[in-house]
Design a protein around this ligand. Sequence first.
Ligand SMILES: CC(C)(COP(=O)(O)OP(=O)(O)OC[C@H]1O[C@@H](n2cnc3c(N)ncnc32)[C@H](O)[C@@H]1OP(=O)(O)O)[C@@H](O)C(=O)NCCC(=O)NCCS
Length: 170
Amino acid sequence: MEQRYANESRCYKTSRVFPTDVNNHDTLFGGKLMAYIDDIASIAATKHCRQMVVTASTDSVDFLLPVRPTDSVCLESFVTWTGRSSMEVFVKVITEDLRTGVRHIAATAFLTFVALDENGKTVPVPQVVPQTEEEKRLHETAVHRAEMRRMRREESRKFADYLTMRFPWE
Ligand SMILES: CC(C)(COP(=O)(O)OP(=O)(O)OC[C@H]1O[C@@H](n2cnc3c(N)ncnc32)[C@H](O)[C@@H]1OP(=O)(O)O)[C@@H](O)C(=O)NCCC(=O)NCCS
């Protein structure tokens, strides 16, 4: 089985917070940050497997602190765990007050991507090898998260069966 270090998928993206990026509290709009998160996580997943990938799920995105226009926002992302065709990707959002240099973890997220071939069929991905303490901790705890996701997916399918697809005007 092919293996890749977690570090081989690691990527970073740093942005300013522009006036068009904020909500009516003058802090970074959550949807903007979620788009950044999905974007960078998909790059980490693709770097890991060098195949096309799709987002299978996003676990809860935890917004721990608001991001202000005086902050830079830096996202770090890497693959923490792999199944057969699926990859768990961790994203850490670090803000830095550009006037003082003070940093905070503003958000964290786990996403799952699935590798697909040119016919849209799932394909096996290399196993991930953690090296740092942080990577090892995230790798060890991933099996539990994967099991939670599997259960949630079953629940989501059952839930979808209850929902109507009829529009009000029909
Ligand atoms: C994700 C997707 C490819 C899975 O296809 P599927 O036919 O259900 O495939 P399987 O049931 O064989 O699952 C394949 C892998 O995906 C994982 N998976 C599927 N749905 C998942 C979910 N909601 N969360 C986490 N993992 C999931 C499975 O655990 C399995 O992992 P493994 O190969 O490591 O064991 C399919 O559901 C899909 O195309 N969804 C839409 C994706 C999309 O459009 N994303 C947004 C735009 S990129």
